[in-house]
Design a protein around this ligand. Structure first.
Ligand code: AMP
Length: 284
């Protein structure tokens, strides 16, 4: 496995591997089984797997956890190697951004909803860094986790609207044994918060089941039921709970003909966790 930290090293390696198909898996490091499942999925496409490890400053707001974001490069590289990654691109920020960049990418529809409301500018940072990684690594395919469902939808738009000739492959959410979605931010939870956090997935899945079974027919009733269950845990503070169309992310007023996705963002202490589920009948 090659570890590449400059654009020149990366382009030399790409030249050396010329002709081999490749799949990109962008990450911010602090790798867990959610990330490694994406490496495995990328490996199943055949060809090279290029992972990137880059804590992208432009997707963090001024009061967010950029400085505190966990960084553990040695352990991450070992995980990449075990999961068949061909090359890891791990640039310092100065390698990715010019001193005063004057162009960024703004997605103007899907980004305004859900996490976009409480994290202004976040998806511009994500779109900009992913476009740069696409240009630098020129992959045939790229894998993104359904855990960050809005990000996946926004990046599909980025790929479509800017004509990147790249296949976007979604990876299912990997969970702890109690249902909590794996996340690098779970490490910030104290013991009591960690004990309560699985309520997010429990509430979303329970209500997805009742919608699929025809017991709840109105999105408003479904949202109320999810919120009540989450709020029954004393340390939870809901940022949002929404039921949206999977592609447009527009809120649903009925379940007719739509493919609903249930999403929530919930604070436990200072830690903001996100999760989402589809309907069992539609998503297997
Ligand atoms: P991050 O390092 O948090 O930026 O995530 C890098 C990639 O891993 C993104 O495509 C995420 O959606 C994906 N990812 C993060 N957590 C999980 C998880 N629990 N299951 C599957 N994919 C995940």
């Amino acid at each position: 496995m090659e570890v590449l930290s400059t654009k020149t090293e990366l382009s030399d390696w790409l030249e050396f591997r010329k002709g081999a198909p490749r799949t990109l898996v962008p990450t911010m490091g602090a790798l867990h089984r959610g990330h490694t499942s994406l490496f495995d999925l990328a490996g199943e496409q055949g060809g090279d797997v290029v992972a990137t490890i880059f804590v992208n400053p432009t997707q963090f707001g001024p009061n967010e956890d950029f400085d505190d974001y966990p960084r553990q490069l040695e352990a991450d590289l070992a995980r990449c190697e075990t999961h068949g990654v061909s090359a890891v691109f791990t640039p310092p920020p100065a390698e990715m951004y010019e001193p005063e960049p004057s162009i960024s990418i703004h997605e103007s529809k899907l980004s305004t909803r859900l996490c976009g409301t409480s994290r202004p500018g976040h998806f511009d940072g994500v779109c900009t860094v992913v476009a740069k990684l696409f240009n630098l690594t020129r992959p045939d395919a790229a894998v993104f986790g359904e855990k960050d469902f809005q990000q996946l939808a926004v990046l599909r738009r980025l790929t479509r609207d800017l004509n990147f000739p790249i296949r976007i492959i979604p990876g299912p959410t990997v969970r702890e044994s109690d249902g909590l979605a794996m996340s690098s931010r779970n490490a910030f939870l104290n013991e009591e918060e960690r004990g309560q956090a699985p309520v997010i997935q429990r509430a979303l899945s329970r209500v997805a089941g009742t919608i699929a079974g025809g017991e709840i027919v109105s999105p408003d009733d479904a949202l109320q039921s999810i919120s009540e269950e989450i709020e029954s845990e004393s340390l939870s503070k809901i940022d949002y709970v929404k039921i949206v169309d999977s592609e447009t992310l527009e809120p649903l007023s009925s379940f007719d003909r739509a493919e609903p996705r249930l999403l929530a963002a919930v604070f436990f202490g200072k830690t903001r966790l996100i999760d989402n589920v589809g309907l069992p009948a539609l998503n297997g």
